[in-house]
Ligand binder design. Structure first.
Ligand SMILES: NC(=O)c1ccc[n+]([C@@H]2O[C@H](COP(=O)([O-])OP(=O)(O)OC[C@H]3O[C@@H](n4cnc5c(N)ncnc54)[C@H](O)[C@@H]3O)[C@@H](O)[C@H]2O)c1
Ligand SMILES: [Zn+2]
Length: 376
């Protein structure tokens, strides 16, 4: 039996932010990325909400890769303010923090129903439509994916104007995060025809429009396509699951503090080789995932006369896309501790990450260490 759940109502396109005008007469707790305050977009949010001075409260102390302390502070503020709506606007960090705040506040203080409206300002995580929230325990150096249907936002508002200000490096990082979501979902153990359809479309859009969005951030069409692709990839992986690319990225992210999407981009070619059974550059005994990678290559009109050639073509096109976005191919340029002991520790943490459960191959600790060894 397959579960295909579409919970979040999506408002997309020009003036989508006006959806907020429907929420008047509410007490609103706003979880905003600091850039929303700096750029004064917060005023546009407040004016649309049409609420009185005492009926909104803003929490904007969001740290990238949100730590547990962020969530605890937000839960306390929700308890004191007693809102009847939470609106979160920002990148994946702000949205994830708001999801966790709402979840714990509802559980601890027995809120019957506290709706969450998510407004993403980056095109990458898909958090606005997923039941995931990734919270970092800085003291332990671990990123925990919380996964529960109750984390799904009630509504997502995709307004392209909000992403036009995303700087080049963050456009690249977040775009490659979305690509990794779609490719991992496509080969994940819970993939089905519905998730495949969304993953395929997202992959096509990202290859077509990410370079344009990167080179010309004011290109409204490229920004719009990337924003939609990111949400499609989110719906796909919410249904199908992710894989070890994300498990390793979570473990590395907590240790190295390299942006999530960039870590995914560095890992992606090596993880595809591993999942396809092509590592060591042998073309025998391919895994079933290789057929699906080759199908993606065909879809992208790349050479794919057999599954090995198709998989290699897909990898090459990802590497080309990545270098065109000025992104690193490995960890060589980073001043990080990259000893054998650290690799073993990352592998141990990645094996415990819930994303590993839906990877097409169940890895051993040494498999992950071998993937990491190829990156420096
Ligand atoms: N919940 C999920 O399903 C899911 C999926 C993937 C990743 N994540 C998590 O999401 C987080 C990463 O989110 P992200 O990649 O969106 O980055 P982010 O939210 O950390 O934001 C990165 C930077 O971009 C800035 N920013 C955001 N929007 C901007 C805009 N429009 N203009 C200018 N600057 C802007 C932020 O202030 C921040 O400095 C990680 O913690 C990752 O683990 C969650
Ligand atoms: Zn991701």
């Amino acid at each position: 039996m397959e579960k295909i759940q579409l919970h979040t109502v999506i408002y997309s396109g020009k003036n989508a932010l006006d959806r907020l005008k429907s929420f008047n007469d509410k007490r609103v707790f706003i979880v905003a990325d600091p850039f929303i305050i700096e750029s004064n977009i917060i005023e546009e949010i407040k004016s649309r909400l049409k609420v009185g001075q005492n009926e909104w409260k803003v929490f904007s102390d969001i740290v990238p890769d949100p730590p547990v302390e962020n969530v605890v502070a937000g839960v306390q503020e929700i308890a004191a303010f007693k809102p009847d709506l939470v609106v979160t606007i920002g990148g994946g960090s702000a949205i994830d923090a708001a999801k966790a705040m709402k979840e714990f506040a509802s559980k601890i203080y027995n809120y019957e129903k506290l709706p969450l409206i998510a407004v993403p300002t980056t095109s990458g995580t898909g958090s606005e439509v997923t039941s995931f929230s990734i919270i970092t325990d800085s003291s332990k150096g671990v990123k925990y994916p919380l996964v529960a249907d109750s984390l799904l936002p009630e509504e997502a508002i995709l307004d392209t104007e909000l992403v036009q200000s995303v700087p080049k490096t963050i456009t690249a990082d977040t775009g490659m995060d979305a690509l990794t979501h779609a490719i991992e979902a496509y080969v994940a153990t819970n993939a089905n025809e519905f998730s495949d359809a969304l993953a395929e479309k997202a992959i096509r859009l990202i290859f077509d429009y990410l370079p344009e969005a990167y080179h010309d951030g004011n290109n409204a069409i490229a920004r719009e396509k990337m924003h939609q692709a990111s949400t499609m990839a989110g719906i796909a992986f919410n249904a199908a699951g992710l894989g070890i690319n994300h498990s390793i990225a979570h473990a590395c992210g907590a240790k190295f503090h390299i942006p999530h999407g960039r870590l995914n981009a560095i890992l992606l070619p090596e993880v595809i080789l591993y999942n396809a059974g092509l590592e060591g550059y042998l073309n025998t005994d391919l895994n079933p995932a290789a057929d699906k990678y080759a199908y993606l290559a065909q879809m992208l009109r790349l050479p794919a006369t057999n599954s090995a050639i198709g998989t290699r073509s897909l990898i090459k096109s990802i590497e080309k896309l990545r270098s065109g976005l000025g992104m690193p191919a490995d960890f060589k340029g980073y001043d990080i501790e990259y000893t054998e002991a650290v690799k073993v520790d990352i592998a141990r943490s990645a094996l415990q990450d819930s994303c590993t459960n839906t990877n097409p191959i169940q890895p051993k600790n040494e498999d992950i260490v071998a993937i990491l060894a190829n990156l420096r």
